[in-house]
Design a protein around this ligand. Structure first.
Ligand code: KIV
Ligand code: ZN
Length: 575
């Protein structure tokens, strides 16, 4: 057997985190995009790109930002200096710099931050069994000494560099914490606490990295709770988490770790970072937001942030990435679309209710997404609800319930044939071409109504030259390109009586075309989108046992209803 469990349970059982329902307070957020994120890029960011990224992080609301490992390279060093020398760090933002617990690296790091107002010097060394045995070949005592000596030197340097108006704080990470025996990690951290001697006014951050995910999240929660409860001088310590995502549970590690007593999170936007990435702060923060926690981070324009992130890092965001992926709100399925459309209507009617729309964990508008473009999407899985929603919200067509099946099936077939999704404008085009103001075989060019007991209509019909009916059946359609048609347009005049205007026109049409059908449905409304002076009318006829729909869209409602009838009859003649 090649594998066995590589994690260590704490010596004392402690499960307080299990009893908590959820996170109720936001943690202190620290972005490590410009360090852990940047060091994992195929092409690391340039100085200008880093500055643009830094500005974006500030705008989102991060108050702690790890900007790099200044002693590691000239680029990192000069980015740090540029932020200071060009005065690019707002007073309420603390910059964090990473350093290994090695003398020359600590000294160089302090040179890099000289003049910075608020800074966290982040000291680390590896403490895991694997690193101790294979990489450093050092005992526990020797590993502890690295941390302690590093902390001592860092403290000395702080005394040299700190001056009025400069606030230098410390963070210590037992790197590879999850591969370290918890009691040993505690020993090292407590030794560092003894050296730094933090106070509640100037706390030491003890960061517990999931450098590599080695266990299920509940194990990490137990480890964090053990540390949180047993660290010395706890009121002067901030417990911080730094989960990576090797098992795909970085978010769960963070959430359970917060329940277990942590107060701070280090992560990146969209989960960039070494290997499978650091924990995605967008997901984490939005998960809290969706439970009613005010996070202090502004993701109200997430698509814009995502676009900038992709441009600057040259990374992509997966379509299914929670909250930020292109498809994460999309409903293609008919029943989902129907439920969402009804949920949205319910919200319109109950604007003060808590968010509980089916299939949508948060309101897409809250993160800058659009219902039309992002939520209701039409493909061969879609149903009448979604199509109705698109036609209604985008174009103002309130298509009658009885017509929805026909329209839904029409769009489904189009999408199926093309093997692709239909955009909203394509849905409209297909709807228009199929139903609206159709004059394929005939049109009514004039109608004169006379008010009687019933309504009388004198109708002037114009049949197009590809129209010829024998006994109500289309006998010949002349459409060949370039051929002259044998007949010209035929004008027919008819008078008829009906129990309403539309009925009278319908009688005249039947008589003129020598066909029979039953008018089965009629509705109308003003078109609220686009030109508000238009009316839309919907007519259904039944001919030969089949239903045919037509829609009329014209400024006058009577004209629109006649156009709807003409469309429906023309559709029946196409069969
Ligand atoms: O993942 C990790 O352990 C780190 C440390 C340097 C905190 O990035
Ligand atoms: Zn890391």
């Amino acid at each position: 057997m090649k594998y066995k469990k590589r994690f260590f349970l704490p010596p004392a059982e402690s499960f307080d985190w299990v009893k908590k329902e959820g996170v109720t307070e936001p943690p202190i957020w620290c972005s490590v995009d410009l360090r852990d994120g940047n060091q994992a890029l195929v092409i690391p960011m340039s100085l200008e790109e880093k500055i643009e990224f830094f500005d974006m992080l500030v705008k989102i609301g991060f108050k702690e930002i790890e900007i790099g490992f200044p002693a590691a390279s000239e680029t990192e060093f000069s980015f740090c200096r540029t932020l200071i020398d060009k005065n690019l760090i707002p007073d309420d933002v603390t910059v964090q710099v990473l350093t290994q617990a090695r003398d020359h690296i600590i000294r160089r790091t302090f040179e890099a931050i000289d003049g910075m107002k608020n800074v966290i010097v982040h000291l680390y060394n590896s403490t895991s069994v694997a690193q101790r045995e294979q990489v450093f070949r050092k005992s526990r005592e020797e590993i502890t000494a690295i941390a302690v000596d590093g902390a001592k030197l860092a403290l000395e340097e702080k005394q040299k560099f700190e001056k009025p108006g400069v606030n230098i704080r410390f963070e210590y990470s037992p790197e590879s914490f999850t591969g370290t025996e918890p009691e040993f990690a505690l020993e090292v951290c407590n030794a560092v606490i003894d050296v730094i001697n933090p106070t509640p006014d100037n706390k030491l951050i003890i960061n517990l990295p999931v450098t590599v995910e080695e266990s299920m999240p509940h194990i990490y929660a137990c480890q964090v709770e053990y540390m949180s409860k047993n660290l010395k001088n706890r009121e002067a310590v901030t417990v911080s988490l730094h989960p990576h995502n090797d098992r795909g549970t970085g978010v769960a590690d963070s959430e359970l770790g917060l329940l277990a007593g942590a107060e701070r999170i280090e992560g990146t936007l969209f989960g960039n970072g070494e290997r499978t990435g650091n924990v995605d702060i967008v997901t984490l923060a939005m998960n809290m937001y969706s439970q009613g926690v005010t996070t202090g981070l502004d993701f109200s324009n997430l698509p814009e942030l995502a676009e900038k992130y992709c441009r600057l890092t040259r990374m992509n965001i997966n379509e299914r990435q929670p909250y930020s992926g292109a498809l994460v709100f999309a409903a293609f399925s008919g029943s989902h679309q129907d439920a969402i459309a009804k949920g949205m209507k319910y919200r319109e009617e109950n604007p003060d209710s808590f968010w509980n729309v089916p299939y949508l964990s948060v309101d897409p508008h809250d993160i800058g997404r659009e219902y039309d473009a992002d939520v209701i999407r039409i493909n061969s899985q879609s149903g009448r609800g979604g199509v109705g929603y698109i036609l209604s919200t985008n174009f103002g067509y309130n298509i009658p319930t009885e017509m929805r099946d026909t329209v839904g099936k029409l769009m489904k077939d189009w999408s199926d044939k093309g093997h692709r999704e239909l955009r909203a404008d394509e849905v409209l085009r297909i709807f228009n071409n199929t139903f609206v103001n159709k004059k394929t075989y005939f049109d009514i060019t004039e109608v004169h109504y006379v008010q009687m007991d019933g309504k009388k209509a004198k109708v002037k019909l114009k049949k197009s030259d590809n129209f010829d009916l024998i006994d109500g059946k289309l006998a010949e359609i002349v459409v060949s390109a370039g051929m002259n048609t044998p007949r010209g347009k035929t004008i027919i005049m008819r008078e008829a009586v009906g129990n309403g205007r539309l009925d009278a026109v319908s009688q005249a049409v039947k008589d003129a075309l020598k066909i029979d059908y039953t008018l089965t449905a009629y509705t109308e409304h003003a078109l609220t989108k686009g030109s508000s002076s238009l009316a839309a009318a919907y007519v259904c006829i039944e001919r030969g046992g089949v239903q045919y729909w037509g829609v009329g869209v014209l400024p006058d409602i009577i004209d629109a209803s006649v156009a709807a009838l003409v469309s429906a009859v023309n559709n029946s003649l196409s069969e």
